[in-house]
Design a protein around this ligand. Structure first.
Ligand code: SF4
Length: 489
């Protein structure tokens, strides 16, 4: 029951969750140098969501530890459950919350069920199995069955409850996963990198694994290769970036067609991309200018949105306004940042009015953004606000997705065409190192605090604005490079 960390050979609910996310992660959690871990905002966002969900579920504060169970508290935190599993495995779980339910346990005429808050919209094995481990240990601790597990979601805005029956099937899955986890932890070297490397962006081991991937020339390092394409390429004997770069594009295209015509079409592009990365080469793909709209433009607006995806709320529309001098140069000294901060209770109509008023002042200025989020958000908001089609069409014509233009016009020696990667390659540096969208969301939640009268730190708001402004300027770093290349033909 104490707060001492689990012994080295114990299988915990935390390790199990890591393993379900990525087998390698569990191994690194156990064996790698903890100083190689990188902080990620994801975990804090998860804890923040959990806190909101639990407050919505249980308005009064929970009790702590076994004493709270004995006294029949409605909710209990801080109980560390221990026991053993198949083949005498030592097991531990630290359920985030136990909820009092009808029943008969060693503590009295009531029992407990374990509760977990899920982030995201779907209930997955990553939620169910660690919770099942808590349930299994809780059954022996309270000497009463746990027929059902509870998963709550919705971030506390609207409480969603998923009741998961603790069936024989779920118990079998748990035993099976624990056995495999124990085997993986006994390996001398870590399991392979995750097949789907997108999950690495949220992982604390991304630094270690990123270095490993680039040292190996892992196929996932080639822009355009996800888990499925990597599998196909390996099946064709292409194991890494070097093999792909050395392949004959036409031959590979015809071999890839057996997985579907679309794969044949992309095969050539993948070989050329691998060569660009191997040889550090950039190539122009189109003849005309990549950004013709900038040739005569009197100025540009750089646009970036910060969002809370779970709340489906775009809380900041940030613009940097860059005018043009009479001699055609872009006047960065006169560049100004215009943040439009949107609180949920302001409502969308008011948000649209503010955006429309701002954008109308610069009618002929293109609006540059990186990725499709901004244009989709504006168009959908306009449609919901019944903006006339002709106005929406004009707005759509002004919106320029710089990411799409880069992809269409250039092949770059980069493993990603994301804003961070391309702008950094152009020498742009963010003024808050390590900041990203997840951290901005965490700052936003910290600033929101407990409502208008109890706002969190002002610094959090300042950092969000600074990060958002930097993203606008990073977009400009990419766009102005392309415009410069357009000018030199
Ligand atoms: S960074 Fe990726 S491959 Fe490495 S442990 Fe995390 S999820 Fe797995």
């Amino acid at each position: 029951m104490g707060d001492t960390p689990p012994a080295a050979n114990v299988l915990t609910d935390r390790l199990l969750r890591s393993w379900l996310r990525c087998r390698r992660k569990a191994w690194l959690d156990r064996h790698a140098d903890p100083s190689d871990r990188r902080w990620t905002a994801h975990r804090n966002l998860q804890l923040d969501d959990q806190q909101r969900c639990f407050v919505a579920l249980l308005p009064q504060p929970p009790g702590h530890g076994e004493a709270a169970c004995r006294s029949g508290a409605k909710g209990v935190v801080g109980l560390r459950l221990k026991g053993s599993g198949p083949a005498d495995m030592a097991l531990e779980a630290h359920p985030p919350l136990l909820l009092k339910v009808p029943g008969e346990s060693r503590w009295g005429r009531f029992a407990y069920q374990p509760v977990l808050a899920r982030q995201g919209r779907r209930l997955t094995r990553e939620h169910q199995l660690p919770l099942a481990l808590s349930a299994q240990l809780l059954e022996s601790e309270q000497q009463a069955p746990v027929p059902e597990l509870l998963v709550v979601g919705g971030g506390g805005r609207r409480l969603e409850r998923d009741r998961v029956p603790f069936t024989a099937g779920l118990k079998r899955q748990l035993t099976d996963s624990l056995r495999k986890l124990a085997q993986d932890l006994q390996r001398q070297s870590p399991p392979a990198l995750a097949a789907d490397r997108r999950k690495c962006t949220l992982c604390c081991w991304r630094g270690v694994c990123g270095e490993e991937a680039s040292a190996q020339g892992h196929l996932s390092e080639v822009s355009g290769i996800g888990a499925k394409r990597r599998e196909m390429l390996i099946e064709l004997g292409i194991e890494g970036l070097a093999d792909l770069a050395a392949a004959d594009p036409d031959q590979l295209a015809s071999r890839m067609e057996r997985f579907g015509d679309q794969h044949g079409e992309v095969a050539r592009a993948l070989v050329l991309q691998a060569r660009a990365q191997r040889d550090n080469l950039m190539t122009r793909l189109t003849e005309g200018p990549a950004l013709p709209e900038l040739i005569e433009a009197p100025g540009v607006l750089l646009y970036d949105i910060e969002s809370d995806p779970d709340a489906r709320h775009d809380f900041l529309h940030g613009f940097v306004r860059v005018p043009r001098c009479s001699d055609g140069r872009w006047d960065l000294d006169q560049a100004r940042y215009h943040p439009i901060l949107v609180l949920e209770h302001h409502g969308e109509a008011r948000c649209w009015q503010r955006l429309d008023r701002f954008l109308s002042q610069y009618r002929d200025w293109p609006i540059l953004h990186y990725g499709e989020t901004e244009s989709l958000a504006l168009r959908r908001m306009g449609q919901r606000q019944s903006v006339p089609d002709v106005q929406l069409k004009h707005l759509q014509e002004r919106l320029i997705d710089v990411h799409a233009r880069v992809r269409r016009s250039w092949r770059l020696p980069l493993s990603s065409y994301g804003l961070k990667s391309v702008a950094s390659w152009q020498g742009f540096r963010w003024s808050l190192p390590g900041a990203d969208g997840a951290r901005a969301l965490l700052w936003w939640r910290q600033w929101l605090g407990e409502g208008p009268r109890r706002r969190g730190s002002r610094y959090a708001l300042r950092w969000i604005l600074q990060y958002n402004r930097d993203d606008c300027l990073a977009t400009w770093a990419v766009a102005s490079w392309m415009a410069g290349q357009d000018a030199t033909g």
